[in-house]
Ligand binder design. Structure first.
Ligand code: AMP
Length: 302
């Protein structure tokens, strides 16, 4: 029997912060981040028939026809790296897409495990998008006011020049938000009525939204009870040559593990000095590494 896949949806208007959070959640769950907008842009760059068909819709900020997008996502979910599941970002955007997704998933015995919805007021969306700049190489995003790069127009991570997406121009942005409100809010209602929707206030800091996403994911994927993941910790482990090798490990918040960290998980004081930033309970490391640095933003699959 095939193992059921973890299918998580990230819904939210353009500019709600889906891309920023998706990298983190994908890493947390160990599944690829599949963004329909990124796939369409790849098709455009490669000059495929789909890319050419999508071009005029995208440039206007309108939705690409359902049939094209549904086939594209179905094909993407067949790829090797999606055997454990996928985090879908920007899809579904219409109720027809949501229904088609459910049919395609049901063919394999899969269902949508959780739907995360980032709510952001309309004025904030326009402001965020119209000031957004991206790295063409690693897709990191910046904002000219809220999150500027260290050097003007240069990516902090890979030092490549930044660019503004053509559909992030203010006149197109207004239309994208409009289209979203008309077409995608019914998708939110669709999942609400199925009881799988987690609506979160996306008009907060990146860290605050991230914490709430972790909280929402705890216990919801596949409908099974899962420990809540609150933080990530960077550990070091002595290598054969005695030098410390770096490893990243997932930590569980002690509140949900229900017991104190054992001695071989590092000094108890380490954990007490670094409580979970969400609920301020002590942390519990999953692996017997020595805890050295606490980093809320480092996300990896264990
Ligand atoms: P995004 O990067 O998600 O903001 O998407 C950029 C553009 O790609 C959108 O404005 C649409 O034109 C198109 N697009 C992305 N995802 C979808 C989808 N699920 N359905 C229809 N069009 C889409």
């Amino acid at each position: 029997m095939q193992r059921q896949r973890t299918i998580v949806l990230l819904l939210g208007a353009p500019g709600a912060g889906k891309g920023t959070q998706a990298r983190f959640i994908g890493g947390l769950l160990g599944i690829p981040h599949v963004a329909s907008g990124d796939l369409l842009r790849e098709h455009r760059r490669a000059g495929t028939a789909l890319g050419r068909a999508a071009q005029e819709y995208m440039d206007r900020g309108d939705l690409v026809p359902d049939t094209l997008v549904i086939d594209m996502i179905a094909e993407r979910l067949e790829r090797e790296d999606a055997t454990r599941g996928a985090l879908l970002d920007g899809f579904p955007r219409t109720v027809a897409q949501a229904e088609a997704l459910e049919v395609r998933l049901a063919d394999r015995g899969d269902t949508v495990g959780a739907v995360l919805y980032l709510e952001v007021p309309r004025t904030a969306l326009v402001e965020r998008l119209a000031g957004r700049w991206m790295c063409g190489a690693c897709q990191a995003t910046y904002h000219e006011r809220f999150n500027p790069p260290t050097a003007d127009n240069i990516c902090n991570i890979c030092e490549e020049p930044l660019y503004q997406r053509p559909d992030d121009r203010r006149e197109v942005v207004e239309n994208r938000v409009e289209v979203y409100l008309r077409e995608t809010l019914p998708v939110v209602e669709h999942y609400k009525s199925r009881g799988v929707l987690h609506a979160l206030d996306g008009d907060r800091s990146i860290d605050a939204v991230r914490t709430r996403l972790c909280h929402a994911l705890g216990g919801t994927v596949h409908g099974q009870r899962r420990p809540r993941w609150h933080l990530f910790v960077r550990h070091t482990e002595p290598g054969d040559d005695g030098a410390a090798s770096q490893a990243l490990g997932r930590t569980l918040c002690g509140k949900f593990v229900g017991r104190r960290p054992a001695g071989d998980f590092g000094a108890v004081e380490d954990f007490e000095a670094n409580p979970c930033r969400h609920c301020w309970h002590a942390l519990h490391a999953r692996h017997p590494f020595r805890l050295v640095v606490l980093e809320q933003s480092d996300a990896v699959a264990s």
